[in-house]
Ligand binder design. Sequence first.
Ligand code: DSN
Length: 398
Amino acid sequence: MESEVFRLIEKEKERQDRNIELIASENFVSQNVLKALGSCLTNKYCEGFPAVRSDGCGKKGRYYGGCQVIDEIEEYCCSKWREVFHTDYHVNVQPHSGSQANMAAYLSVLQPGDTILAMSLNNGGHLTHGSPVNISGKVFNTFFYDVDENGYIDYSDIEKKIEEHRPALVLAGASAYSRVIAFDRIRKIIDDSGLEKKPYFMVDMAHIAGLIAAGFHPSPFGLADIITTTTHKTLRGPRGGMIFCRKELASVVDGAIFPGTQGGPLEHVIAAKAIAAEEACDPSYKEYIRNVVINCRAMCDEFIRMGYEVVTGGTDNHLFLIDFSRTHPDLTGKALQDELDRHGITLNKNCVPNEKRNPVQTSGVRIGTAAETTKGKTADDFIAIAHRIDAVIREMSR
Ligand code: DSN
């Protein structure tokens, strides 16, 4: 029986093929990733962890029979991701999403009520980094560090707030920050702090994980105690999450995922994550990420040439933010997002530093180049897209 759902999937596929996709957190996966997602692995319950862990640490053993092949797949996935990031950290590939990975990471080393210091959401941070509307902000006592007047992370603010709030965990990572994050500086600030019990250093590298894997952003491995990521942004894998940690934290991290916050792992997704890791090990992936960064710079520079204000005045990674508050004070991010949707260009509205509007309206947009670079777009194509967006804005401003 042909299902109505397949008609709708086909319709969505046509939209994805036709439109220009500039949402910085999206990408297009390979046919092999899709094949694994649609495989028989979805039929298997396998709560727990592989009976043998290739790194020798973490929790072991499943609560169901018949998991021999599943064990092989999950362990293969873990070892491939260690290869991608050239690390001997323990890795848990079971988180269903970035949010799940973050919550489990917090619960692995913190108690409810403990203090977290994270980047503020309005200035590029992440909803699951302690926002009061997210469970992370309800369970933990969160304080935020800010960006400076140029939009760069204010490292002196991190230093000051560590002394002031004495957090149990300091978090680095962002969903809308276009510059390099100096993980080494934050590590040093933590180490040099006067706190008797040093806070854990956690990095959520979700957005920039692909750049780290390909060597286009400094790595947090060796510096952070716990590192979380999604697998579907620049890593170009299935929707999902992962947690890396120092080996001594392996058991508490695994326990925080299962039984702490999740039940049965999604082994079809884990298989797809393993395929994404294989793909990230291929030399063509480094070339892909190089192009993502080149394309992002080209497009960002073109907007600046046309007179737009870009937060921090540029980009080091796969995204940038346009701030309309001074150049187009009447234009909201939402209005532009909606209008571009009608022109077949997809992006998202975004708060900008010192935002005066609410998060539903916003004064800016976020633009990313990971997805369209996968489709084969070049720097010239991105420059042409910048002009199409400019034409829409001019039309709206008449
Ligand atoms: N929702 C995700 C993003 O768009 O950045 C958060 O990582």
